[in-house]
Ligand binder design. Structure first.
Ligand code: FEO
Length: 170
């Protein structure tokens, strides 16, 4: 039987991941309105990945015969003052999600829930990649975003991102 705290945190994470999808959809919407379709594509795929993450937590709980309780998803809280502000909000959000994953891992560790720890290993690695991607995007934007021609090329680069299903299958 899964420990109550671990169950509660895993269930909450479903909502956090759907919120992440919602947040990135808002980012995509922001860039689409600005005519930066490549950035819009990049965040649309990010939103898809977040929905996948939510479904992995959902499926994991169901596979463990633990009840799933779905809650309301908050309105995205975004500072869309500038392109770089949006990118930085993305990094701050990923760092926050990393702290959530680590908190669940820590709770699972405390009660020797090895199965949940193994499930979360994928997310620990994934968060490292997501933070790196967000940082790279900020670096590129700071280097090239000020020049229209370079911004056009960066937008083209981001337009090439394609969705792939998560490597974790439950
Ligand atoms: Fe599902 Fe970007 O963390």
């Amino acid at each position: 039987m899964m420990h109550e705290t671990v169950h509660k945190l895993l269930n909450e994470q479903i909502n956090r991941e759907f919120y992440s999808a919602y947040l990135y959809l808002q980012f995509s919407n922001y860039f689409k309105a600005k005519g930066l379709d490549g950035f819009a594509n990049w965040y649309m795929i990010q939103a898809q990945e977040e929905r996948d993450h939510a479904m992995l937590f959902y499926t994991y709980l169901q596979n463990e015969d633990m009840p799933v309780t779905l809650a309301a998803i908050d309105k995205p809280d975004v500072n869309c003052e500038s392109d770089i502000a949006v990118l930085k909000a993305g990094l701050a959000h990923e760092e926050y999600v990393t702290s959530l994953i680590h908190a669940i891992y820590s709770a699972a560790y405390d009660v020797k829930d090895f199965r949940t720890m193994q499930f979360l290993d994928w997310f620990v690695k994934e968060q490292g990649e997501e933070e790196t991607n967000a940082k790279d995007l900020i670096t590129k934007m700071e280097l090239f975003g000020g020049d229209p021609k370079s911004l056009y090329m960066l937008n083209q680069e981001l337009a090439a991102r394609v969705y792939s299903a998560p490597s974790l299958v439950l």
